[in-house]
Design a protein around this ligand. Structure first.
Ligand code: ZN
Length: 122
């Protein structure tokens, strides 16, 4: 997908993806926090299953595996959701594209189908 600068028609345009990166980070942190609750539940289930199957060592290993799985799942889910949200913000709100030739910033015409909210009438 090629985007040309509306100001100078240069094809040297980069995507800034500021909100996408921020969203991914915030989502991962938030997801990890909510994943902690899942990790706790996973640890309980894991240790119970491990205890039945392999005794005390199984309980420790099962608890660890359950916690790891729960935490990872939460962080990944949050990160993906955050990045997706950031992508929408980039496309709809921020001027996501920057021209390397003239420095002009503009919204990606391919990403934002609706009217450009960054363009205000004087
Ligand atoms: Zn330009």
């Amino acid at each position: 997908m090629l985007v040309s600068c509306p100001n100078c028609q240069s094809m040297q345009v980069i995507k800034r993806d500021v909100a996408k990166r921020m969203g991914g980070l915030v989502g991962t942190v938030g997801g990890a926090a909510s994943g902690a609750a899942k990790a706790l539940a996973g640890a309980q289930v894991g240790s119970r299953v491990g205890l039945v199957a392999f005794g005390p060592i199984g309980a420790t290993l099962g608890g660890f595996a359950g916690a790891l799985l729960g935490g990872l799942l939460g962080a990944t889910t949050g990160g993906v959701a955050g990045a997706k949200l950031g992508e929408v913000i980039d496309a709809q709100v921020l001027h996501n594209c920057e021209c390397l030739r003239c420095g002009h910033r503009f919204s990606d015409p391919n990403a934002a189908e609706s009217s450009d909210p960054g363009t205000f009438r004087a």
